[in-house]
Design a protein around this ligand. Structure first.
Ligand code: NAP
Length: 384
């Protein structure tokens, strides 16, 4: 097991990661009453304002300026330090999407700690994040935010495996899963009441958001946020990351999200995966519409099957959408074949012509079930 200190780059190699590491180490050296009794906390000389939660800073500064200040002086002071606050964000699950998010966090000056089942230490180092093989070591750095970015299907076991007793008592837990009611429920089930919970879903990925996040939707639900100022500020600071990137911020409940997402995102992924199975090729005469389909296949196939399976398994509305899709396809075929009148069929195929068995099989005949048939199979039509 390699600890955090053994993977730290030298200052020359990676100043960001080193700064992150030293901030983390300093914070982990704080006395116990830092966590349990905020009023008795005295900031050590090495702790800079950016290291402090706004509440701690607020207590010590505001009490010193009680007298004769302009009306909004305190508010300005709070804002000044709130706006400059940088978060320590621990990304659990440093795969495709975790790394994608880390780049934006680091670009905006936040400190990123990463942990994953696989060894991403060199990728983390190249991005300016500190990689932890051991979640105990990571939690002891007291991140402000634990961001769950694992596959939907592994989330519950990953969450249960975290040594949350090593975290600060009101740490903010965030998830970015593509389904929302499921993580909300497991957070509420497994996290003690003193942890804050924010459920989010960036409605874009490394492919669709590779150039910019401008106007891309970011869904969030503040499931449980303590009402102290520093906790309210911390959640806003986290949301600000996405606002600053230009995202369209959409606040809605997890249940609403799952309803919309089943009818939009799950359908999109399903269509992409169906088309992928057709192995569509680009042609010299591609239409714009066809190009769109090829792009859809490319977008959806770059996501893992785990992700797609998670959209199905962990969104209770997905099954209904799958059935609707099935019905829609059947109804469309019936509509097409219903127009294929008997006379027209005779005109088209003649009396003794060979009719592709597939076509015959699919024609609605007194409600008989539709038969599967291979594309190449043909049958001599003696009936028409
Ligand atoms: P994913 O296949 O959904 O998840 C991959 C991540 O899950 C990796 O970090 C992987 O760790 C981890 N993981 C998988 N199985 C695990 C297990 N049994 N135990 C521990 N960790 C496990 O692909 P993704 O695209 O990176 O998505 C991550 C999360 O972001 C998902 O919840 C997804 O719904 C959400 N999301 C993705 C997108 C997107 O466009 N990709 C957009 C919005 C939200 P290792 O790599 O270390 O094995």
């Amino acid at each position: 097991m390699i600890s955090f200190s053994s993977v730290q780059p030298s200052p020359a190699q990676n100043p960001t990661a080193t700064a992150a590491a030293s901030t983390a180490t300093r914070t982990s050296l704080l006395p116990h009453h830092y966590h349990s009794n905020k009023l008795s906390f005295i900031p050590p000389p090495f702790l800079q304002p950016a290291d402090l939660s706004r509440r701690h800073y607020h207590h010590h500064r505001i009490r010193a300026i009680d007298a004769a200040q302009p009306y909004d002086y305190e508010a300005q002071l709070i804002n000044r330090f709130t706006q400059s606050t940088k978060l320590k964000i621990a990304i659990i699950g440093f795969g495709n999407f975790g790394q994608f998010l880390a780049k934006a966090f680091i670009r905006q000056g936040h400190t990123v700690f990463a942990h994953s089942r696989s060894d991403y230490s060199s990728i983390a180092q190249s991005l300016g994040a500190a990689f932890f093989f051991d979640t105990h070591d990571l939690c002891e750095q007291h991140p402000d935010v634990i961001l769950l970015c694992t596959s939907i299907i592994s989330t519950e076991s990953v969450l249960k495996s975290l040594p949350i007793q090593r975290l600060r008592r009101n740490t903010l837990f965030v998830d970015v899963l593509s389904v929302k009611e499921f993580p909300k429920n497991i957070f509420l089930q497994f996290l003690p009441a003193h942890f804050d919970i924010l459920c989010t879903h960036p409605m874009f990925g490394p492919e669709s958001g590779k150039n910019s996040w401008q106007n891309l939707a970011f869904v969030f639900d503040k499931v449980r946020i303590g009402n102290e100022e520093n906790r309210l500020t911390r959640v806003e600071t986290f949301l600000d990351i996405f606002k600053k990137e230009g995202c369209r911020m959409v606040e809605m409940t997890c249940a609403e999200h799952d309803k919309y997402a089943a009818g939009s995102q799950f359908i999109t992924h399903t269509m992409g995966r169906i088309l992928e199975k057709l192995q569509l090729d680009s042609t010299p005469i591609n239409t714009k519409g066809y190009e769109t389909l090829l792009n859809l296949v490319e977008n959806t196939s770059s996501d893992s099957f785990d992700l797609y399976y998670g959209l199905f398994m962990y969104n209770k509305n997905a099954m209904e959408q799958l059935e609707r899709l099935d019905l829609a396809f059947e109804s469309l075929k019936k509509e097409l074949f219903g127009h294929l009148h008997e006379v027209l069929r005779k005109q088209l195929f003649g009396k003794s012509e060979e009719i592709p068995r597939l076509v015959l099989a699919k024609l609605p005949k007194n409600g008989t079930p539709l038969l599967p048939a291979s594309k190449s199979e043909t049958v001599v039509n003696n009936n028409s």
